[in-house]
Design a binder for this molecule. Sequence first.
Ligand code: ZN
Length: 219
Amino acid sequence: MTTPARACWIVRKILDAKKRYLNKDLNEALKDCCTTDKFRIKKTYQAFLPQYQKMKWRGLVLGSKTIPKHKFILWLALMGRLATVDRIQKWGVKVQSDCVLCNTGAEETLQHLFFQCSYSAYIWNPILQWLGEKRKVSNWEEETEWISRKTRNSRSRAQILQFLYAATVYHLWNERNIRRFQDKKKEGRQILKEIVIQMHIRRGQQFSKWRRVLESLNS
Ligand SMILES: [Zn+2]
């Protein structure tokens, strides 16, 4: 059975897993379930678990030091599931296509919001500078690749970087929604201040190791 292209994400995953299970050779599968000729239920379970490609960025959404709502929006962005204008228009909905953050007439796409848009660069660039990173903000793929590489360890600095990335993506998306649907707006400076305060108050006090890193960055 062919997986319907219009099926939702979870249904497609279930159907793909079913196909994989049915296509497996039974004798080969049974060998995978045994250790020194003894049948192991644990190995059986592991052998039939669907194997999916591991995303390089998985650590960004598995870390426990990020605020859950930030993590959720970051995950949607990483999966290309944020309802940006270019996606909404594909569904036949007519909406103003211009980016509401920079008002330059650029079309709102994931690539533009993160981080071609001058408004988003205005927020993320100072964060990079504050962290002592001698690099300018790049595009969404390269920025995510760089962050994923830098946060592979569990050191405090990596956790802080992870926190800041998720917070930046969340606040940019939130500001975009507020401007589109509530006709209100905040200056980039205010958003930046909110991210930094959130990091210091909500996280800095909970994780003593962070405090030392934050103190050295602030000095
Ligand atoms: Zn823009």
